[in-house]
Design a protein. Sequence first.
Length: 327
Amino acid sequence: MGRRNRKPESSWDPENAARIRAGLAHGFHRLERELSAASSELGPLVDDLLDREIDTDPTLDADEQDELDQLSADALQTLDEYDEGAALAAVESIMAGAGAITWVEKDVVETQWPVRKSTATPAELLADSDSGIMLFEVPAGSYVFEPGGPIDDNDSPGAKLEIDGVFWWHARRDSDAEDDLDDLDDLDLEGLGLGADELEGVADLVGGDADLLDSDDPGDADNLVIHFLARAPRQRHLLHEAWRLPVVVDGASFVLDWDEPYEQDPDELALSAALIRFFGLLAEIRSREHVDVTDHVLPAARRTYVKAGWLELEPLQSVSVASLKKS
């Protein structure tokens, strides 16, 4: 009888950081698997269409041949989207599963700092690691998520999602990046099936022309990839099934310059406000002027989260907790 009156355990606190991280990594991993499966199914059809183009069918008139050419081009483009999307999701699964976590308490999120224009770049604010996850005790803004993607046929209108967290990763283009990724955890790029063509596709998706993880040109520009995370209890039916079980969902993603300060976009006021808020919190946490950051060591039982079908990640030993300094 006593169990009826027990409140369900909250999943939204720093003690559950390993579970939140595991779900995020699982979501990207499931997207990678499903995009790879879709590519495997479409590949033979594309090959057949291309063979028909090469071996011109004399029974086809000019209009029919044009239709065949367009169909081949569309199918090939879709196949590329599947392959590039799978490669990107695989990399992001690794990055999410290895990211350190910062928990930002309510008072820090809600405090309006004195307005001051920061010239800090993401490279300066996020110089300590290649990826990270910041979770907010209360939402730090909102953004309209627009459904869609290479395996999403949902045409429902966009849903307004509260920003409960941010997942970021440094899209580097240097010769050491692939080795660094291999060291992040037991996953490796070869095991995820990422070849040179797929990695080049990832580079295209995050705004570059060079091979994302294997470039000999040190002048290639780096990027910052940012994902807004949301708990989205009422909007999960709009999202891919990969996001039905994790605590947070990937609500939207953006690519910014790594070595340039973020500038407000007058055409994207909602996005700009959310990003400026994020960078402002980063600056405050880094400066320690108004914020204290303490290391919260997780109990041994909370350092991992194991679920059938989910990736097994390295234990999360601790969470950084940002709290408002006492006056």
